[in-house]
Design a protein around this ligand. Sequence first.
Ligand code: IMP
Length: 193
Amino acid sequence: MIQLVFASANENKIKEIQSILPQQIQLLGLKDVGIHEEILETTGTLEGNARQKADYVFEKTGLNCFSDDTGLEIQALHNAPGVDSAIYAGLPRSSQRNIEKVLLEMHGELERTAQFRTVICYKTHRGAFYFEGMCTGSIGREIRGEDGFGYDGIFYPAGYSRTFAEMNLKDKKMLSHRSKAFHQFVEYLQTNQ
Ligand code: IMP
């Protein structure tokens, strides 16, 4: 059995990722390794923040670990909200206010291309390795759909006339940035353990 730390305190996320990893890998969450404090994410990039979290956990535990960071990058907004996606409209975190801010900034804008991007950083004694997944699409003009979270209600994946929030979880998973990034990571683990 190989143990890997996932730099997340979110039990649902940990379970979801455990279910897609090879069976011989046992995932540990932050709580399992005694990390209860919030880890800083201050680098200003998805890669940097993923690295910052993975470095922190590796230094504290000495165990192989990985972290992920995701952002919505809107071309007309010079790739904002990007690394600030979770808190674009400030604290406390609110998806509703984040979406409203994006819709306001995009008002009247014709160029609506955007992408979700997930970066995973895997840190071991051999160094840091990165994996990326992207889902390209466009930003709608109003909120559509009830499901999902974050910016799902205003994001149309390329080639679809439904937002992520109008799709069932299975369809969204097939297209999603996060699934693609983790797929790459799993492939790497299967050939490099
Ligand atoms: P995290 O790095 O996975 O915590 O994602 C940061 C922020 O990006 C979240 O708080 C959401 O606002 C947004 N986000 C990430 N993934 C998605 C998604 O699949 N749909 C909509 N919003 C997302």
